[in-house]
Design a protein around this ligand. Structure first.
Ligand SMILES: NC(=O)c1ccc[n+]([C@@H]2O[C@H](COP(=O)([O-])OP(=O)(O)OC[C@H]3O[C@@H](n4cnc5c(N)ncnc54)[C@H](OP(=O)(O)O)[C@@H]3O)[C@@H](O)[C@H]2O)c1
Length: 263
């Protein structure tokens, strides 16, 4: 299927590894020019080279801390200077630490708001004028299965990501007249560095092995395995495409059947 987005310009945030990198790769395969960003510049540049050499598309690495508004402005400015605009924005970041409510501090909450919510708001604010200019845009906010089924010890993520859904739905209504579609994607358990670290930390806290922690998640999923990052990226690339022209304001999970509710 021709997705109709060759030569479009995308910014994928939090994309030097894991789900974000897989999304950048998936867009680059469709001949989209992609800006990727993360804090660790060495890992970021290596990812850009790898995606570029495997896809032949242009990939621009811009070192960015998404919790810093100035960095976000410069991320978008650098992209526009290089590629002439922005058509697609995928908002992805790292996740907050695991904790029970009683273990969290005010600082933890403020940091999580900056990482998961303000980063999305700031990126959207910077790119929307360019999307309006072309009367075409795609914004995809990466959240988590936890917005539909709150996860244990993830109160920071469970709470603040819910606000991203309110933002997504409201923005989809406000921006429809400009041809800008706004959706949210909820990854289920996916084999990335973050999940490996989470499994190690659960193993250390509970005395289980790392393999047992991963197997426990797999057993709770009808497809009986964790996702590969590419399996999350496939939906995001479709939502970013011309073919998703009538989809806006939705919240879609890619979770192997993990979420137990009807919606
Ligand atoms: N994996 C799962 O099972 C799963 C399930 C549900 C939801 N999620 C959510 O999906 C998102 C991606 O997950 P993942 O597993 O792919 O994570 P990951 O492997 O840890 O990758 C996170 C990416 O974001 C970058 N990043 C983190 N903080 C950043 C910041 N402040 N500014 C700029 N870049 C930043 C990281 O690079 P640097 O560290 O160099 O900045 C890295 O490139 C996370 O929010 C996670 O909570 C994941």
């Amino acid at each position: 299927m021709d997705l109709g987005i060759a030569k479009r310009v995308a910014i994928v945030t939090g994309s030097s590894q894991g789900i974000g990198k897989a999304i950048a790769f998936g867009l680059a395969i469709e001949h989209v020019k992609v800006t990727i960003c993360a804090r660790n510049e060495d890992v970021l540049k290596k990812a850009a080279k790898e995606i570029e050499s495997l896809t032949g598309s242009e990939v621009l690495p811009v070192r960015t801390d998404l919790t810093n508004e100035k960095d976000v402005k410069s991320l978008v400015k650098t992209t526009v200077e290089r590629f002439g605009g922005v058509d697609i924005l995928v908002n992805n970041t790292g996740g907050p630490p695991t904790a029970l409510f009683v273990e969290t501090s005010e600082e933890d909450w403020r940091r999580t708001v900056d990482l998961l919510l303000m980063s999305v708001i700031n990126c959207c604010r910077e790119v929307i004028p360019f999307m309006k200019e072309r009367k075409w845009g795609r914004i995809i906010n990466m959240t988590s299965f936890a917005v539909k089924q709150p996860a244990e010890r993830l109160i920071l993520s469970n709470s603040i990501r819910a606000a991203v859904l309110g933002l997504t739905k409201t923005m989809s209504n406000e921006l429809a007249e400009y041809g800008i579609l706004v959706n949210a994607v909820c990854p289920g358990w996916t084999l990335t560095r973050r999940v490996e670290e989470l499994a190690k930390s659960i193993a250390a806290k509970t005395g289980k092995t790392y393999e047992a922690a991963i197997a426990e998640w797999a057993n709770s999923i009808p497809l009986n395995r964790l996702a590969e990052p590419e399996e999350i990226a496939n939906l995001v690339v479709f939502l970013a495409s011309e073919k998703a022209s009538y989809i806006t304001g939705t919240v879609m999970q890619v979770d192997g059947g993990f979420i137990k509710s009807l919606l």
